[in-house]
Structure formats: C-alpha cells, structure tokens
Design a protein around this ligand. Structure first.
Ligand code: NAD
Length: 469
C-alpha cells in the first residue's frame, strides 16, 4: 500500500489532469464567476455529498476495509456517519452562521451602520492523512464548500483504496468546476503547494506540517494545521477504575490505535497502576475476545513501515497484555506496557498504534508537571471523581481539548471546535468553526453622505474638535 500511485486528477479534460497549475487555475476561474457564492449552491453541494455517502456507503466501507481493516460498524460511526452528521449540522445552521452581524457604531460616527459580512476565501487546498482517510478529507471539504469556496482535495496515498474512491466519486457528484481531487504522494503534494491557494488545511504529522506552512508562507497563504502528539490519560485514585479502563481501551484501540486523539499513554496517579493493569486487560478481553486477531472489530496497521516502528516499541516496558504480532497480516494485538520509563522511546514520539504505556506518578502535582513539561497535546483526558482535580487540570494545563471521563468523543460534539495548540496544531474546525476557518470576516461600515456630520472633525482643528473622533 505504500507504493506511490500515479497522479490522477479529475478535471474535465485529460490534458489538464496532471498539471496542478491548470487544476488550480480552472478552480480559480470558476470562483471568479461567483458560482460558489449563493447559499443555494453551497447547500446543493452539501446535499450531493450526503447523497454520495449514503448511496455509496458500501463502496467506502470496502475501501476502508482494504486500507485499514476497518469493521463496517467502525467505518460507519467514525467516517461515513460522522461526515453525514457534520453535513446535517451544517445544513441546519448555515444560513444563521452566514448572516451579517450588526455592530454598534461609536456616537461620534453616527449616523452610520456597521456590520460584519462573511465572504469565501477563494480556492483552498485540503491535504488529508490515511488514518481516517474519508472523514479527514470530507469534513474539511464540508466547511470549505459551506463557506463558498472552490477546493482541491489531496487524499493520502497511504490509504489508496479510499483515495481512489474519492477521486472517482467526488467529481461525479459535486460541481466539477469547483471541486477537484488530486491523488498522489510527496511529489504531487509538493507541486500543489507551489500554487497560490487562499487557504491550506493540513491534517497529519508536525514534520510535514512545517513543510506545508513554509510553502504556504511563500504566498502569505493562511494555514490550518491539524497535527498530533501524545495525548495523556490521567487516572486519579478514587475514580471507578473498571469504567475508566473500558473507556480508555475503547478510545485507544479503535482503528488499532491509529487515531490522532487516542489516549497515547496513561498517567497513573498514586497506587492506581496495578489495579488499572488488571482492568485494562479485562476490558481488552471483553471487547476483542481471547484472540483479537480473530475479532472482526479490530483493525490492522496501515503498512509495514508503521508495523516495524510499533513492534520496536514493545520492549520499552513490562508486557501486561498483548504483544502478539504478525507482519504479513499487519496485525499487532492491543498491548499494555507497565513500569515504563518516561525517557523510553515509546514515551518520546506519538505512538499512533495499539501500544498503551502506563507511567506512574505520585500525585496530581507530578501529573500536571509531567504534562506541562512536554509538547501541548491534541487532547488531555482525565478520569477522576474529584471536582478539585478537574478544576486544576482546566486551569493549569494546555491542550487542544480536555475531556473528563471519555476519550475521543469531544470531536463528535458539533458545537465544539476541534483543533490543537502549539505542537498539536493551529486553527480549528467542525460546524461553525469550519465556516469561520474557510471564510474572511469582512468589516463593512456605511455612513450617509447627506447630512455631513463629519464636518465637525475636519481641519482646521480647534481644541474642541480633537476630542470628537
Ligand atoms: P500521511 O503520511 O498520510 O500524511 C498526511 C498527508 O501529507 C498526506 O496527504 C501526504 O501525502 C502528505 N505528505 C506527506 N509527506 C509530505 C511532504 N513531504 N510534503 C508534502 N506533503 C506530504 O499521514 P501522517 O502524517 O502519517 O498522519 C499521522 C499523523 O497525523 C499523526 O501525527 C496524527 O496524530 C496526525 N493526525 C492528526 C489529526 C487531527 O485531526 N489533528 C487527525 C489524524 C491524524
């Protein structure tokens, strides 16, 4: 699956197909006609996208199975259904989000009217990763279209079946003048990034995030960077450890741990670690059975490179459960490691796979110090019965999101922004935050010329005039 795919783009004529400048130029020309501005066009695009997801659900489920071994249920909940819900939420509220907002005018300027008006940015680029290859390509696209933009979607070459399905279907259901899919890997993305876009929306790792931001800077193009990092799960004594373990196992081993917001490691406060080890083991067995290799609900590692990277981490702690692996099948069992040294390799990089280290810390102060000494995570999770612990974590740590009692789920709350901070990214999206990301808030001020009240402010100045404006 890691072999580069031939570049395959989807404009109208094959000659223009492989030339990124031609693809972007065509979209820019379409934007200039104003066709994407009416709310009716935007809603029609969103409805067409929704119809595609519903009608082609099996096609996308099969692609996700081929790319990542995703179970149809998980594929629906986290990819197809997730995107459908995002579309429904956007369709329901879009008119309100786009409405101009009146703003008060200072008395010295009266009579006058001030308001903010949302305008589309133009032509935007969405670069997406392989782990949720459908959702992470389409959810940003929903925002781009809702805000009235033209868009190029660049799916991940590491999820080739989903990439091919998107390249096949999107131009058939969406306005092909306004939306293009460009498939490919580094060379194709590099060529795209040389073009002048009005926004670049990138989801993936921070090393490439830097490349994207550097390329965008040459055109002064704003970026949204949805990156990753090590999201901790803090477990406090006094929490219901069995329930906490089930929640952590659910969030961690979904998509075989290849989830940007998955709990990366557990910070076990005080004496919680031994009991937690047993509860995590029990929860894994409950969800994936005696042999997770035979569970239809457990995914596979995306490719050999990631498989080798992950199996090299298995020696970084005492094996509590899991560890079984099979390179040919890209299978790595849900694995828990205990007594992990905070300096071990497994604690240095984002794991992004089904390996869960447990690090012990003596108390909440030590847990907070541990989190704040490292890069700001995309998410911080805490399992605690203490309101004081919750208050301290809110006030004393920084992360893209902070959830108590449940991992991963904050991104399914449509009213919450989804994004990182610091090393975990910049900018946010979902729902109205997507529309904000993909539009410009223009200040509009109108003062009638008749009745020239400004006369009082014109030179020649007198002492009284200087106080008027
Ligand atoms: P990936 O390898 O699929 O890369 C992402 C995209 O970048 C792809 O489209 C790829 O073609 C492109 N790319 C790769 N190298 C490039 C280069 N040199 N120049 C230009 N483009 C290039 O995915 P990945 O980065 O391995 O994804 C995993 C990472 O993404 C993890 O760190 C994860 O936490 C993060 N992630 C974040 C979110 C989020 O929403 N914040 C979601 C999913 C994944």
């Amino acid at each position: 699956p890691s072999a580069p795919l031939p570049a395959n783009t989807t404009p109208t004529g094959p000659a223009a197909a492989t030339d990124p400048a031609a693809v972007v130029g065509r979209l820019q020309a379409a934007f200039a006609t104003g066709r994407t501005r009416p709310i009716a066009w935007r809603k029609a695009q969103l409805r067409a996208l929704r119809r595609m997801l519903v009608d082609q659900e099996e096609v996308f489920a099969a692609a996700l199975k081929a790319d990542l071994g995703k179970s149809p249920t998980e594929a629906y909940v986290t990819e197809v259904g997730f995107t459908v819900k995002e579309i429904d939420h956007t369709l329901r509220h879009l008119a309100r989000w786009l409405r101009p907002r009146r703003v008060a005018v200072p008395p010295a300027l009266a009579p006058a009217r001030a308001r903010t008006v949302r305008e589309p940015l133009g032509t935007v680029l969405v670069i997406s990763p392989w782990n949720y290859p459908l959702q992470l390509a389409l959810t940003p696209l929903v925002g781009a279209l809702a805000a009235g933009n033209c868009a190029v979607v660049k799916p991940s070459e590491l999820a080739p079946a989903t990439s091919a399905a998107l390249a096949h279907w999107l131009p058939r259901v969406l306005d092909p003048q306004a939306v293009a899919v460009v498939e490919g890997g580094v060379p194709e993305t590099t060529a795209l990034l040389e073009q002048r876009f009005d926004h670049v929306f990138y989801t993936g790792n921070g090393a490439v995030g830097r490349i994207v931001m550097t390329a965008a800077a040459r055109h002064l193009t704003p970026v949204t960077l949805e990156l990753g990092g090590k999201s901790p799960a803090v477990v406090d004594p006094g929490a219901d450890l069995a329930a906490a373990a089930r929640r952590i196992v659910w969030g961690k081993f979904m998509n075989a741990g290849q989830t940007c917001v998955a709990p990366d490691y557990v910070l076990a406060i005080g004496d919680t670690a031994p009991a937690l080890e047993a509860e995590l083991t029990a929860a894994i067995r409950e969800m994936y059975g005696e042999d997770p290799a035979r569970s239809a609900d457990y995914g596979r590692i995306v490719n050999e490179r990631h498989f080798d990277r992950l199996t090299a981490l298995l020696a970084d702690g005492r094996l509590v459960t899991g560890g079984d692996h099979d390179r040919a099948g890209r299978y790595l069992a849900p694995t828990v490691l205990a007594d992990v040294d905070p300096e071990a390799p497994v604690m240095r990089e984002e794991i992004f796979g089904p390996v869960l280290p447990i690090v012990r810390v003596p108390d909440l102060d030590a847990a907070i110090a541990f989190v704040t000494a490292r890069d700001k995570p995309l998410a911080l999770y805490a399992f605690t019965a203490s309101a004081r612990t919750r208050r301290r974590l809110i006030a004393e740590t920084s992360s893209g999101a902070l959830s108590f009692g449940i991992p991963n789920a904050h991104l399914t709350v449509p009213g919450l922004p989804f994004g990182g901070v610091g090393e975990s990214g910049q900018g946010a999206y979902h729902g109205r935050y997507s529309v904000e990301t993909f539009s410009h808030t223009k200040a509009v001020l109108a003062k009638p010329l008749a009745l020239d009240t400004l006369r009082l402010a014109y030179p020649p100045f007198t002492p009284g005039k200087s106080r008027l404006l």
